[in-house]
Design a protein around this ligand. Structure first.
Ligand code: ADP
Ligand code: MG
Length: 355
């Protein structure tokens, strides 16, 4: 058992090259009339080139605010990014001005939102929106861009794409709108796709198709940061997983490690409660979550005094020579995590797609 010297970053598994995205100690607060929410509270992670990183955790844990803080699209106010650095391919995004950020968001980092309506312009045909996204990035004729747009719509599973390209967003179902939003986001060939629950509104067949498309794109070098509550999507898509709870990351692991040896008690409860129906844990059923120490301590069967107060427990490696790390006092150099790891949790099958 070793404690990571640098608790702020966990490099991916690829050859020590500089990650495409490095987020360090990100903190975003949200001020409401009643309170200030520590929505993102000291979050650090990296995404390598060609890598897919999935962010999982119950509703309200800070996943969306994390992703929206990276390119500063989180609405400010009520949100305020109070600390941290975000470095994307040498650009420091939190310090960048709005015009620079717009440029990066238009061509290098694409967002797909949970609600596709927010991304689509209701008074513009879906074809025109896709063609515009393509021609911003590439100097090609409208006719060529139109063909390309049709290909993109086909690739995300829009039936009769060449006929439907001149339709308006409201003429498509919710699931189709989501796929169109993905096609448009991908039109500019971004280096990084940030996708917030991209497969929530689509059926299983289309979901499989989207996953296949995203896999192909990462094979081509694109990176993905993907929020999902669906562990089947995680198993199919992710190289690495970040588990969030109460605005913090509590565990980081290569995907197969997360399923075979979930180590943070919260991760264990998340996997244990997964019933294959994409059930969402409901945070409103919980009491207040602490804003210091281990945020999960009030619900943790293994909580001890050391879990309370001050900073989040430092990340400790679960096993040497892996990128599997956990923020839990039981994994410190002086502690014994065996009772947690052995708690009937030898090997856990990765959930299968379509089950
Ligand atoms: P997740 O995506 O994991 O479901 P979010 O990132 O959306 O969670 O939210 C993190 C926290 O920030 C939650 O407590 C949520 O209630 C709060 N929050 C997010 N957006 C707003 C907002 N516009 N106003 C007030 N609170 C917000
Ligand atoms: Mg969200």
């Amino acid at each position: 058992m070793t404690t990571e010297n640098d608790s702020t970053t966990t490099p991916g598994d690829r050859s020590g090259a500089t990650p495409l995205l490095t987020v360090e100690n990100l903190r975003t607060r949200i001020r409401t009339d009643r309170e200030t929410v520590h929505a993102v509270d000291g979050v650090s992670f990296t995404v390598d080139r060609g890598e897919t990183v999935c962010l999982v955790g119950e509703s309200g844990s800070g996943k969306s605010v994390t992703c929206e803080s990276v390119t500063k699209i989180v609405p400010r106010p009520p949100a305020e990014i109070v600390d941290g650095t975000v470095e994307f391919d040498g650009h420091r995004l939190l310090e960048a001005d709005e015009s620079r950020l717009r440029e990066i968001r238009g061509s290098r980092i694409a967002h797909v939102f949970q609600n596709p309506q927010s991304a689509l312009d209701p008074v513009c045909t879906v074809g025109d929106q896709c063609i515009e996204a393509i021609t911003i990035h590439e100097n090609i004729s409208n006719a060529v861009a139109r063909e390309r747009a049709i290909e993109r719509f086909r690739a995300v599973g829009i039936p009769r794409a060449s006929a439907r390209i001149d339709d308006y967003p409201h003429e498509f179902s919710g699931g189709q709108q989501q796929r169109i939003a993905i096609a448009i986001a991908l039109a500019a060939d971004p280096d990084l796709l940030i996708a917030d629950e991209p497969t929530t509104a689509v059926d299983v067949t289309v979901q499989a198709r989207l996953i296949e498309l995203l896999q192909r794109l990462t094979d081509g070098g694109m990176s993905i940061l993907c929020i999902t509550h669906d562990l089947r999507v995680v198993a199919a898509l992710a190289d690495r997983v970040l588990v969030m709870f109460g605005g913090t990351i509590v565990e980081r692991a290569p995907t197969e490690k997360l399923f075979s040896q979930p180590s943070h008690p919260y991760t264990q409860s998340l996997i244990d409660s997964y019933d294959g129906l994409s059930r969402r844990a409901d945070r409103s059923a919980r009491g207040e979550i602490p804003t210091d120490g281990c945020r999960f301590r009030d619900e943790c069967p293994h909580a001890v005094d050391a879990c309370a107060g001050s900073d989040q427990p430092p990340f400790a490696a679960v096993a040497d020579r892996t990128h599997h790390a956990v923020s839990c006092v039981h994994f410190g150099p002086e502690s014994d995590p065996e009772p947690i790891l052995d708690d009937g949790r030898e090997m856990r099958p990765i959930p299968e797609e379509g089950q």
